[in-house]
Design a protein around this ligand. Structure first.
Ligand code: NAP
Length: 305
């Protein structure tokens, strides 16, 4: 793989930045990678595990001379971080991000981008329920989509270069506009997360089901909800607050469907339930055929448990 950028800086050193670091190193995509996180604890951990070629004590120092700066912080603080680093960005550099919401991040960051600096938002559709500098791994983006969301009149050479970086990490890359991105993600990620949070909350509230039973028998579907519901609270609070309209629209549709299924169950309308579940089963097959999940029994987990 050929080098795509001489110098890249990560602001925020959690799951996504650390995975991007290891994936970039695996493929030799970047000459030097600098990094900054707000807490001394995270910066010390990064130094200890060799995350980044150079960990800096200020964001300004990290971005100085960088050809590409990637904001890898929660969506709610993107604007503040952009304002902090703006005076130190090199002319001709690109500033990008990995935020799970795009329209709101663009609204926060764009006003701070200096003349002569390219702003090219992006979002890797890959993650786990783990967070922090130790949680990253080089394979996270392999065969997963990264969506690049160029702002109006984006510099095509700069877009192509960012695309080359993401492709080098193993990702499949596509371009999308911000509003469409936020709607697609509300359907595929944000609403499902909220449903998982709710389901786990409900199980916790149900005093009739003892904790032990919930844990012991969780393999029957509930376990997957608990994994999703273990995701980082700060990140997900910010996602819902900043993708409010699209998430509320999808949740409204979800509630209507839920009521329809509730009515079918109450009225004993087996045909409705069967037709509904046949349609959803076909969607699952589509995901497997697209190579985005495994068809192994139990989601590829060992037979045990
Ligand atoms: P994470 O593991 O929780 O790491 C967040 C990092 O941001 C930490 O290093 C934190 O520093 C730093 N940070 C927070 N506020 C900051 C501030 N004001 N200034 C400087 N640094 C700050 O998060 P992540 O999972 O990598 O997520 C990062 C971004 O990627 C989010 O925007 C998220 O929406 C997006 N994303 C996440 C996933 C996923 O599944 N996790 C997937 C795709 C995209 P400290 O450690 O010092 O607090």
């Amino acid at each position: 793989m050929t080098q795509v950028y001489d110098r890249v800086a990560f602001i925020g050193l959690g799951l996504i930045a650390s995975s991007l670091f290891w994936a970039s190193k695996r493929a030799g995509l970047v000459g030097e990678i600098t990094g900054y996180a707000r807490s001394a604890e995270t910066r010390d951990t990064a130094r200890e595990i060799g995350l980044c070629d150079r960990v800096c004590d200020t964001a300004a120092e990290a971005v100085e001379g960088a050809d590409l700066v990637i904001l890898c912080v929660p969506v709610g603080v993107m604007g503040a971080v952009a304002a902090e680093i703006a005076p130190y960005l090199k002319r001709g550099a690109t500033i990008s991000d990995v935020g799970s919401v795009k329209a709101d991040v663009i609204a926060q960051v764009a006003p701070h981008v200096p003349e002569g600096v390219h702003f090219i938002p992006a979002h890797p559709l890959a993650g786990t329920e783990h967070s922090g500098p130790r949680s990253g791994f080089a394979e996270l983006f392999d065969n997963r989509w990264t969506l690049i969301v160029p702002v109006e009149n984006a510099d095509r050479v700069a877009v192509a270069r960012l695309r080359a970086l993401w492709e080098g990490t193993g990702a499949l890359v596509d371009e999308m506009d911000a509003e469409h991105h936020d709607l697609v993600l509300a359907v595929t990620s944000h609403a499902p997360h909220l449903i998982a949070y709710t389901m786990v909350g409900v199980a916790d509230d149900l005093q009739r089901v003892t904790d032990e039973e919930v844990i012991q028998y969780s393999a029957t579907g509930f376990r997957d909800f608990t994994r999703i519901a273990a995701s980082d609270p700060t990140m997900w609070r910010d996602v819902f607050l900043s993708n409010k309209d699209a998430t509320l629209e999808i949740l409204g549709r979800f509630t209507e469907e839920l009521f329809a299924l509730q009515r079918a169950i109450r009225q004993g309308d087996g045909d409705h339930l069967h037709a509904y579940f046949t349609r959803t089963r076909a969607i699952r097959r589509g995901i497997i055929e697209a190579g985005q999940d495994t068809d192994e029994p139990n989601f590829g987990r060992g037979a045990k448990k």
